[in-house]
Design a protein around this ligand. Structure first.
Ligand code: AMP
Ligand code: MG
Length: 348
């Protein structure tokens, strides 16, 4: 398959490209497009066969359900059977935006979208290009991250091209994603709302709006074989570059010394080493590749996946990462980093 690659400027929209993308979605094809979180791989979310193609292109396990993206709030009632009061509060406070809400689904939502569950995850993105495409298609659009399953999510069109060229009909390049981390997922179908995946809409922000929420254990630790996360996708290895990643924790000075010692010994053993660190610490490291993640947590979040991919491009064998405080957006950053590292920690 030849993948059509089109650049689109959000400030100067070319409607022909929007119509082309919408036409492909209506005919059951696959289109990757930007959202404020990461690039999504879109298909008509009410067409089971189109959604099946998503799983094939990504190599995604079939029990990992998809998020349906809507382009306007009136589409919500066509796919969910009820909107609980707390869900409405989250909608009022954060939609359109980077938070996904799990609802009880209507029959019309195919099992291939919900992974056989009775619920469906829905998001109303704020990114202008994504909304124009979804509204032009006129259907809810299933759009998981547009990466090969297991690899870091794409935050630039080049990442999508790398993973999906030849496998999908079209890539719409709308530049870098602002947030750079996948959406927060909150399940409001039970008595106490549950945070299933942390993101840029933080636990603290949600609690201010709906009160106490529980955090699914899969968010912060590795589950044992018989434990099941509430978001089925959270059980899979994820975000992993080819390099072996370890997180080094402790006092800042000790962390720097420890990482340098590890890098020296890895180099002697013929490995190419990499470090992911705060920008202000970058010149203190002796690794072959030192990638600056920024100093504030939003910047770290926005750059994280691009950095993980760059370690692969540069053929790094061993990567050591500083750790970040797990409050606010730091919870999402650390969730992705722990998964990238297979939960491997080294104490400095
Ligand atoms: P992705 O779109 O690739 O970022 O992945 C979507 C995430 O949403 C996965 O972790 C899924 O397991 C989760 N998800 C989708 N639908 C549901 C649902 N009905 N209930 C709980 N989690 C869901
Ligand atoms: Mg994904």
């Amino acid at each position: 398959m030849i993948t059509d690659f089109e650049k689109l400027d959000a400030e100067n929209i070319n409607n022909e490209i929007i119509e082309k993308a919408a036409g492909i979605l209506q005919k059951g094809g696959l289109v990757a497009f930007p959202t404020e979180t990461v690039y999504g791989l879109g298909a008509n979310g009410l067409n089971a066969e189109a959604c099946r193609k998503i799983y094939e292109a990504k190599g995604r396990p079939s029990d990992n359900p998809l998020i349906l993206h809507i382009g306007n709030i009136s589409q919500l009632n066509s796919i969910v059977s009820e909107v609980p009061e707390k869900a409405q509060k989250v909608i009022d406070a954060f939609w359109p935006g980077p938070v996904t809400i799990v609802f009880k689904k209507k029959e019309i939502v195919p099992d291939s979208v919900s992974g056989g569950l009775k619920t469906v995850a829905v998001r109303f993105p704020s990114n202008k290009i994504s909304r124009l495409i979804i509204n032009a298609a006129g259907v809810p659009v299933a759009a998981p991250s547009a990466n090969t399953s297991g690899k870091p999510s794409p935050t630039k069109a080049e990442h999508v091209f790398h993973d999906m060229n030849g496998k999908i009909d079209m890539i719409v390049d709308g530049g870098k994603c602002d947030v750079g981390l996948e959406s927060t997922i909150i399940d409001v179908t039970g008595d106490i709302p549950a945070l299933l995946r942390p993101g840029a809409v933080t636990k603290e922000m949600l609690e201010r709006v709906i009160g106490e929420i529980s955090v699914d254990p899969a968010v912060y630790k590795m589950l044992s074989k018989d434990q099941k996360p509430k978001a089925p996708g959270m059980k899979y290895k994820h975000y992993s570059p080819d390099a072996e990643v370890a997180l080094v924790s402790g006092d800042e000075k000790n962390v720097i010394d420890k990482i340098n010692t590890l890098c020296d010994s890895d180099s002697q053993n013929g490995f190419k080493t990499g470090v992911l660190c705060r920008t202000r610490n970058a010149d203190k490291y002796r690794a072959d590749v030192v990638l600056k993640a920024g100093d504030d947590i939003q910047t770290v979040g926005a750059r994280l996946f691009d950095i993980l991919r760059e370690f692969d491009e540069l053929k790094t064998d061993k990567v050591y990462s500083e750790v970040f405080e797990e409050s606010g957006e730091g919870m999402a950053v650390m969730n992705r980093l722990k998964k990238a590292a297979g939960h491997k920690f080294i104490e400095a």
